[in-house]
Design a protein. Structure first.
Lengths: 314, 657
């Protein structure tokens, strides 16, 4: 069994319990043994990184130092914010050894940072290290019939210099994963738009405007549901959805799944273990589309032919 | 006894602000051979030169040292001043105290002054050993090579040929015409591009002094100004141009369809094709990459239908040579690929096109008959959004510079849209409107009124699809708000970039190029069409982005330069070349091996006077030698000497500091 260092993050113990649980289920099925970083701490995403630069580095750095005590070369993180804080810290520490030494001195009792563990988001790990073929091989209950809008949010692929993964503006890795599960990924132009999560408490009006637009575009793309890989995206789009419907006067009715929930479902794992009961927007209607395959509409080539004919005359 | 005069230049403030020019004069006056020393604000000006001329006569100087800028700038100027005062011009030495001292030591005036004094002292010592030298005359081949057959190459070739100087015009594609042949109308007058260009193309083909070599590339250039030899590869066209009448039977019957480069791939051409109906020469070539006969050995239809039997599938590339005296490089430009603009959905949305694609559509001879259409569904668009500076002025994704022509052609495009699609509306997102040029600002202002186009100052951050429309979201910085425009079609004004092979061509020609790949002119203001290599000139976008008027002006300037170069039967050449002292030459021929110009040959001379036994010695070809000094360095028996850089001169310099 392959081993992988794992940083669950705080959300995993609260709002994104279903993400956490399905990540562990899916990874076990894919033959990856997760090894939690012993005695891990908060990454500092919520407030530390806006208050104090040294604290913003010190909190993730302690996790990085602890992670090096495990014998793995890669660490995966389910939460996009944790991933971002840890990766930013790693890059700044690796580029600036002086700074690394200074920050390291504040947590020196935990050990000396060496920079030997690669950091990936759980999405990136599934896409790059597990691979689409291995995922496809585990599918026993295809999701064919389901149309899904994959929403990446701000932090999974941006800034490119930090994430070094997929396209920063129009990523496709999650789309490829859900297609490996048999579902259809819709053309969703708002897949990297900001949902306003950081204003969730301080200015919810902004959040409602932004999430309404995302939900509206997902609906228009023909999706039955939205798929995410980030606890903040999930809670914002799911919990704020009734508010967004009221705000925009439109009915969305789009459940928000973690991609690992859908992987587990397609792997034939029992539905009761996937914690769909934690979803605020009910999932039943969306899931009912599984197996209902519409015939592909025939594409009209008339206009294109007309153009060609015209040009030949010219 | 040597009598040296020293003239120190302030170069305005360029030197005087960082070097104590009075101290320099005082110091060099102590050298016993220096009989006169002075300084002046602008030594290169007429009063400055007059001081030199007067001093030469008054103090009976035997050599002159000018401490000023680089000899590349003004050596010729000061040599002429010496000549006018009756002195051999090669008794001049330049001490470069600007580039070598004041400009590079601006933070330390004391050190800069000391260094300047040392440089002058060296030049004085060297000049004492200077000898009188005389210019060499070399024959000139009065034939010019023009590389590239766009408007720049066409104009240069015609102007040179009209002066009855033979021109070889080499064009890499099957027809001349270049980018201008793809344009519909031209700013700021809306002249029809075809109407002003195609007659010139015909003139090129019929001109008795122009040899047009289409579908060809320059492979090698050797020699020196006035005496170059160019190796040219004529690519196999598989069509005998001598017998072909251009009737068109072959391309009508050819079964292979290939995206048409002339129409930016909007429609298809055949595998045997002429690029466009007005092509010059109007003879087809076979695209070997796509021809069934040449790739699979099956087909042969074009050969069957050709009544003249002009098709020759066995034709090979041919290498030809031409002797020429000067080169005009006019290879044009390319356009930046907007793929990095992922947030616009470039590549995903068919209805985002580039400006040149739009230009082809609105062209009277274009693939859609002069009407723009949406590539997605063939419908005529009503609302068109034009976005400028795609890749230009964009350090993150593209290049830093302004492409110069986009503001103007986008304005033209709003007019063309207004004319061709009734009820249409243009939206233009811009950073600045750069309309410097004769009649340009007026053109933009009039277009804004006539078309009622909406100009939005700001960048576009995102384009997304809603139904069959594109929603363009950008900033309107003048009202400080984010705006969204519903568009049927989006047109990107992509940056002008140098051709990918520009650096390779520059190296082949021995011309320098800048960090982007544009070829470098000898001086940005005073020698804008010359390169640092004598006899090679630049016209058009091979040097930097520019519009048609500037390109034509530059091409004519190149022609004037070529005509000037060819105005005599021989050409004067600096006498700073190597010579061999046969007494010392052992005939080892190391010099022959290191000479980068192939200027050294060997000859047999008698062992001694009257002797019948012969020995081998090196011989310098005066016309070819460029005075680089490599041979001097490798000569073991010190038999070779370089005029102007003789051993006594160099040793004097070294001993003086």
């Amino acid at each position: 069994m392959k081993k992988l260092t794992y940083f669950p993050g705080c959300s995993a113990h609260g709002t994104s319990e279903e993400f956490e649980k399905t990540v562990r289920m899916v990874m076990q099925r894919l033959g990856v043994q997760l090894e939690d970083i012993p005695d891990w701490n908060c990454c500092g995403a919520t407030s530390a990184h806006t208050m104090s630069e040294s604290l913003a580095y010190a909190l993730p750095l302690r996790n990085l130092v602890l992670a090096e005590k495990l014998d793995n070369t890669t660490m995966a993180i389910p939460c996009a914010s944790c991933y971002q804080r840890m990766k930013v810290t790693k890059i700044h520490m690796d580029e600036n050894p002086e700074l690394a030494k200074e920050i390291n001195s504040t947590i020196i009792e935990e050990g000396t940072y060496q920079g030997k563990v690669a950091i990936k988001s759980m999405l990136q790990y599934c896409y790059e290290d597990v691979g689409l073929e291995a995922i496809k091989a585990q599918v026993t209950k295809s999701l064919a019939g389901m149309k899904l809008a994959c929403y990446y949010g701000c932090l999974l692929t941006r800034p490119k210099a930090v994430t070094q993964f997929d396209s920063p503006e129009y990523p496709m890795s999650m789309d490829h994963i859900v297609e490996a599960l048999g579902a259809k990924a819709t053309d969703f132009d708002y897949k990297t738009e900001c949902c306003g999560a950081s204003f969730s408490i301080s200015n919810s009006e902004v959040v409602l405007t932004l999430t309404s637009k995302i939900l509206e575009m997902a609906k228009e793309s023909g999706a039955h549901a939205i798929v995410v890989a980030c606890p903040l995206c999930q809670s914002n789009l799911d919990m704020r959805q009734p508010g967004a419907e009221k705000h925009s006067g439109k009915k969305f009715d789009l459940p928000i799944f973690y991609f690992t929930q859908l992987m587990a479902l397609a792997f034939g794992m029992p539905e009761k273990d996937l914690m769909f009961n934690k979803n605020i927007i009910p999932v039943e209607k969306a899931l009912a589309n599984i197996g209902k395959i519409e015939p592909e509409p025939e594409k009209s080539k008339k206009t294109k032919k007309a153009v060609e004919a015209e040009s030949e005359v010219a | 006894m040597a009598r040296v005069g020293v003239f120190v230049c302030f170069c305005g403030a360029n030197i005087a602000d960082f070097v104590d020019v009075n101290q320099v004069v005082e110091e060099v006056k102590r050298i016993k051979e220096v009989k006169f020393a002075t300084n002046y604000k602008y030594m290169c000006s007429d009063p400055g030169q007059q001081q030199i001329r007067d001093a030469i006569i008054q103090y009976r100087l035997t050599s002159v040292v000018v401490a000023a800028c680089s000899p590349r700038m003004h050596e010729k100027t000061f040599r002429k001043a010496l000549f006018d005062a009756g002195m051999n011009p090669y008794l001049l030495e330049i001490a470069n105290i600007r580039e070598h001292s004041s400009w590079v030591h601006q933070k330390d005036k004391k050190a800069a002054t000391e260094k300047a004094i040392d440089l002058v002292r060296m030049a004085v010592a060297k000049s004492i050993a200077n000898e009188q030298l005389h210019e060499i005359s070399v024959p000139v081949t009065k034939r010019a090579l023009v590389i590239g057959g766009g408007i720049a190459g066409i104009q240069a070739a015609l102007d040179i040929a009209d002066a009855r100087i033979p021109v070889v015009l080499v064009e890499k594609s099957p027809s001349i015409g270049g980018k201008m042949a793809q344009l519909d109308e031209t700013f700021p007058t809306l002249d029809c591009s075809q109407c002003i260009l195609t007659p010139k193309m015909v003139d090129v083909a019929s001109h008795p002094y122009i040899e047009l070599i289409p579908y060809a590339e320059v492979l090698e250039l050797e020699g020196f100004v006035g005496n170059y030899k160019a190796k040219i590869k004529k690519k196999a066209s598989y069509v005998n141009f001598k017998t072909c009448t251009g009737c068109g039977a072959c391309w009508q019957k050819c079964p292979v369809k290939v995206p048409n480069e002339y129409n930016m791939g909007i429609d298809k051409r055949k595998a045997i094709y002429t690029p466009f109906p007005q092509a010059v020469p109007n003879k087809p070539v076979i695209d070997a990459e796509h021809c069934n006969m040449l790739t699979k050995g099956k087909c042969g239809i074009c050969a069957k239908v050709c009544e003249k039997g002009s098709i020759d599938y066995k034709m090979q590339d041919e290498i030809i040579e031409r002797e020429i005296g000067a080169v005009v490089v006019a290879t044009g430009y390319s356009l930046w690929d907007p793929k990095p603009y992922e947030e616009y959905g470039v590549g995903r949305f068919k209805d985002i096109i580039t400006s040149l694609e739009f230009e082809r559509m609105v062209s009277a001879n274009g693939p859609t008959g002069g009407v723009p259409i949406r590539p997605s569904d063939g419908q005529v668009p009503k609302n068109v959004v034009f976005i400028k500076c795609i890749g230009s002025r964009d350090e993150a994704k593209g290049i830093e510079y302004c492409s110069k022509i986009c503001c103007m052609y986008t304005t033209k495009h709003t007019i063309l849209l207004h004319h061709k699609v009734p009820g249409s509306h243009s939206y233009v997102f811009y950073m600045d409107i750069r309309a410097a040029g004769k009649g340009y600002e007026e053109f933009v202002k009039k277009a804004q009124v006539d078309t009622a186009a909406t100009y939005l100052r700001g960048r576009v951050s995102k384009i997304y699809k809603k139904g069959d429309k594109l929603i363009v979201r950008g900033e309107d910085a003048q009202i400080g708000q984010v705006v969204e425009v519903v568009a049927d079609l989006v047109v990107l004004a992509t940056a002008v970039i140098p051709n990918k092979d520009n650096p390779d061509l520059a190296r082949l020609l021995g011309v320098s190029y800048d960090k982007y790949g544009y070829m470098s002119e000898a001086h940005p203001k005073l020698r804008p069409v010359e390169t640092a290599k004598a006899g090679i000139f630049l016209a058009g976008c091979t040097q930097a982005p520019k519009d048609i008027p500037d390109t034509v002006a530059q091409a004519s300037a190149c022609a004037a330069k070529v005509c000037g170069l060819f105005s005599g039967d021989t050409m004067k050449k600096d006498p700073m070349i190597s010579s061999v002292n046969n007494e010392f030459c052992s005939g080892c021929q190391n010099c022959v091996k290191v000479c980068p110009y192939g200027a050294i040959v060997t000859e047999e001379i008698p062992m001694s006077r009257g002797s019948k036994e012969m020995r081998t010695v090196a011989k310098i070809n005066e016309g070819v030698c460029q005075g680089c000094g490599s041979c001097v360095a490798v000569c073991r028996s010190m038999a070779i000497s370089l005029a102007g850089f003789s051993d006594p001169q160099i040793i004097n310099e070294i001993v003086s500091i």
